[in-house]
Design a protein around this ligand. Structure first.
Ligand SMILES: Nc1ncnc2c1ncn2[C@@H]1O[C@H](COP(=O)(O)OP(=O)(O)OP(=O)(O)O)[C@@H](O)[C@H]1O
Ligand SMILES: O=P(O)(O)OC[C@H]1O[C@H](OP(=O)(O)OP(=O)(O)O)[C@H](O)[C@@H]1O
Ligand SMILES: O=C(O)c1cccnc1
Length: 489
């Protein structure tokens, strides 16, 4: 099958039917403000690493309905067999230019529940068409970058190699996940296409099939190091790890005679702690102190932590399935919610943003009205808390935030705190606004940002809760609107 293009049909049908509804009912001058955020951090953690923003930017800057897109939409029928969309609407789409203004956090920024990763403002019709693709672009990479950051944290500075392509959710899932895993801190990927496409370093060892294709393991190793003297990471567990390490040492001696050094071995089964000790001892005794020990086999942050705690002599971690599929939580609950509307040309005209709120029985699910920005406060070089504030209400200084889950919990940020606002212009007048950084710079930025939090906040299990909440004016607006809605409902 030919490659499927990445255009505006990458949306749910209801976005198109609602857009049609707005157009047909004369409401196409209405404007909306939407925020893309998540309610609960994945994997029992506190934070997410926002990712997928550059890819979303590419999508937005090339947004247009092609001739075949329009023909397809024109061919769609309703339940009575009639055309779903009038041809004048098809013409409207053909001429439509994206007028939305989008603000986003920098790719790789750690964000907390309810904080907008994106703020999308513009014609309601266009904001609706963008809902599904933007969620698609952000949710999965954010999930994988977050998972990778946890795995990398567990490895305490040892390189983590991403080996996931073969177990990924399809080709695009694999590519996007390799990119996100690199942002989250992986050192390299085995995915060659991701290497070419995104400039991620590519690395690898050998598979069991190489060893099994020879009648003798030692011969397989010797042949490999002859051909690849500078890439000699040998998989030692095909028959028995002990004899595998022994044969790797023999191959290493041959490499030395040829003026090279054995890069290392890979363990892929059995008790990785015990086997790493044995392998280290054997390699050291044979004079291969620089040879690295790579481990793989269904690893994740918990197993790596446990192996580290046991003192495993593992230098490099190869992680596939549980990273690439976000095995313990395969989806992020990222959502895109309308929070304000205006209509300059409506009857009556609404010239200022008018906040909108969805009320729910569960207070966590009641939305937050307004037009939001995130303010991150620091003191003594450490991030201390975040305020979500409304741009028209402004923010007090000193500021006070209220926990959106529990209004009895609050925190004050006085004059001793410095701050920065995280949302910045991403897309205006049909073009991406910021300088695109190489992926390695995004990765460095993520690592530096994560270091800015107290380690208890980024802890893998039961992390310390980071104060992130609504600034008091926004909190009061939300409370008032919930009360009003309940009274009138
Ligand atoms: N010391 C250890 N502590 C905790 N878990 C470990 C330890 N060593 C290995 N593991 C993990 O235990 C799991 C089972 O490994 P094991 O090699 O015994 O089974 P397997 O994967 O079925 O083997 P094979 O790959 O040969 O089929 C793997 O996820 C592995 O990473
Ligand atoms: O365990 P993961 O975290 O998913 O890491 C990737 C796995 O993929 C390979 O196994 P596979 O059996 O597919 O091929 P092999 O014969 O090379 O071991 C590799 O040996 C790892 O075990
Ligand atoms: O290079 C490797 O060792 C590798 C690559 C993909 C999957 N598992 C291992």
């Amino acid at each position: 099958m030919a490659d499927i293009e990445n255009g505006p049909l990458l949306t749910d049908l209801y976005q198109l039917t609602m857009a049609y509804g707005l157009w047909k009912s004369g409401r196409s001058s209405m404007e909306g403000t939407f925020h893309l955020f998540f309610r609960k951090a994945p994997f029992g953690g506190q934070y997410c690493i926002a990712a997928g923003i550059d890819e979303a930017g590419d999508f937005l800057s090339s947004y247009h309905f092609s001739r075949t897109d329009l023909e397809y939409i024109a061919s769609l029928k309703d339940g009575e067999g009639k055309r779903l969309f009038h041809r004048d609407f098809i013409q409207y789409l053909a001429e439509m230019k994206l007028e939305c203004s989008i603000d986003a956090v920098a790719e790789g920024t750690p964000v907390f529940p309810f904080e907008p990763i994106l703020r999308v403002q513009g014609p309601l019709l266009q904001c609706m068409l963008l809902e599904t693709p933007l969620l698609n672009f952000i949710n999965f990479p954010t999930l994988i970058a977050t998972k990778a950051s946890r795995i990398v944290r567990a490895a305490h500075g040892d390189p983590v190699l991403e080996f996931g392509l073969r177990r990924a959710q399809g080709r695009n899932g694999g590519l996007g996940a390799s990119r996100a895993a690199y942002i989250g801190g992986c050192a390299a990927t085995s995915n060659v296409l991701a290497g070419k496409h995104y400039g991620i370093p590519v690395k690898g060892t050998i598979a069991h099939s190489w060893v099994m294709s020879f009648s003798d393991e030692l011969e397989s190793f010797k042949t490999y190091v002859d051909v690849m003297p500078g890439n000699s990471l040998l998989l030692v567990d095909t028959y028995s790890t002990e004899s595998g390490v022994h044969n790797a040492i023999e191959a290493g001696k041959r490499l030395r005679e040829a003026g090279h050094d054995l890069a290392g071995i890979r363990l892929d089964s059995g008790d990785l702690t015990y086997l790493s000790w044995e392998a280290r001892r054997m390699l050291d005794e044979a004079g291969f102190r620089n040879a690295k020990i790579v481990a793989s086999n269904n690893l994740d942050e918990y197993l790596i932590s446990s192996l580290k705690e046991e003192g495993a002599q593992i230098d490099i971690w190869g992680v596939g399935t549980r990273l690439i599929t976000a095995y313990d939580q395969p989806a992020l609950d990222g959502i895109y919610k309308l929070s304000a509307v205006r209509d300059m040309h409506g009857e009556p005209a609404i010239t200022e943003w008018s906040p909108r709120l969805k009320v729910s029985e569960q207070s966590i699910k009641s939305s937050t009205p307004g037009v939001h920005q995130i303010r991150r406060y620091s003191k003594d070089g450490i991030f201390r808390g975040d305020a979500i504030y409304d741009l028209s209400l402004g923010v007090d200084h000193p500021g006070v935030i209220v926990d959106p889950m529990d209004s009895t919990r609050w925190k004050r940020f006085g004059d001793e705190y410095s701050y920065q606002d995280l949302l910045r212009p991403m897309f205006r007048d049909g073009a991406v606004q910021y300088r695109r950084k190489p992926l390695s710079e995004i990765r460095d930025y993520t690592a530096a940002q994560l270091k800015g939090f107290h380690p208890a906040v980024t802890r893998l299990v039961n992390p310390h809760s980071y104060p992130a909440g609504n600034e008091t004016r926004l909190h009061n607006l939300r409370q008032d609107m919930i009360m009003d809605a309940r009274e009138s409902g």
